[in-house]
Design a protein around this ligand. Structure first.
Ligand code: ADP
Length: 269
């Protein structure tokens, strides 16, 4: 098995004093170091991907369908084991949101949001305060006692976000969370996600098929090639946060979106 690791071993910073001989520092961000993935049936999904997402960075991956984007996220989440390379992240402090909100239908919104904190063994008194604050943060106040089937798609996605946010993750993985929503709801949730990102300062790795969504959200957009997926271009997004809806209509935004689109077209060949 070539892959690692839950926590990274790093040399201690030089302070003049001798560092403890085996000091380990839990990584705060996410780092793929020459990661490849070949499935058992021989499908070569991901090829030599090196990619870093630091705390308070929002990195979005765009690429053709089947180029290994979800596989990368699944490797980070510990749901797949990479064939070669090394992955470092604070696995104890990981949140993920998928396209399907995957809420438990028999639990209320509040009980769904509480779920991960409960599974982690957090005491009820502590949990209650956190859950209340998170409900407020994602705008679900007033909907706590509803069941998932009573919510709109956008509300369900808010509840799914909240469920992971409760644990205040250092690294947050998003696999096309807004892909199934209508455009207005999607834009609204983009704005809300950015507000949460600024508030919590996690390291975000986001997958989308929408170039506008990628540029609007991110500090960096990564374009992947067709399978086996590797990184073909990385674009720094210079727009400061907070970003408002109007950014989408600015010339610089259109120009950068055009460049990403051009790279994406090239990546399909
Ligand atoms: P993307 O998210 O970019 O659309 P995926 O990461 O889902 O792509 O899949 C990458 C490639 O790996 C696809 O060709 C897919 O069919 C294949 N794949 C995904 N999971 C498995 C698996 N468990 N076994 C074999 N092939 C797989």
């Amino acid at each position: 098995m070539m892959s690692e690791s839950e926590t990274a071993t790093r040399p201690a910073a030089s302070t003049g004093a001798s560092p403890p001989p085996e000091a380990t520092v839990a990584p705060k961000g996410l780092h793929f170091d020459h990661v490849s993935m070949v499935f058992e049936d021989g499908t070569h999904a991901v090829d030599d991907v090196t990619l870093e997402v630091k705390p308070a960075e929002f990195v979005t991956i765009v690429g053709p369908s089947g180029c290994g984007k979800s596989t990368l996220l699944r490797i980070a989440a510990g749901l797949e084991q990479n064939s070669t390379g090394r992955v470092t992240l604070p696995r104890e402090s990981l949140g993920y949101v998928f396209q399907d909100a995957t809420l438990l239908p028999w639990r209320t919104v509040r009980k769904n949001i509480e779920l991960l904190a409960e599974l982690k063994g957090m005491r009820k008194a502590q949990r209650d305060g956190l859950v209340d604050a998170t409900i407020e943060l994602v705008g679900l106040r007033g909907f706590e006692d509803k069941y998932p089937k009573q919510l709109s798609g956008g509300m369900r996605m808010r509840a799914s976000l909240a469920r992971s946010l409760v644990l205040d993750p250092q690294v947050f993985l998003f696999d096309e969370p807004f892909g199934a929503l209508d455009e207005i709801t999607r834009e609204r949730l983009n704005a809300e996600l950015l507000r949460l990102f600024q508030h919590q300062e996690f390291a975000a790795l986001f997958i989308t098929h929408s170039i506008a969504e990628a540029v609007f959200l991110s500090t960096k957009v990564v374009v992947m090639s067709a399978r086996p997926g590797h990184v073909v271009s990385v674009f720094d997004v210079p727009f400061p946060y907070p970003r408002t809806h109007d950014l989408r209509y600015e010339a610089d935004f259109a120009a950068l979106s055009g460049e990403v689109s051009h790279a994406l077209r090239g990546s399909h060949q």
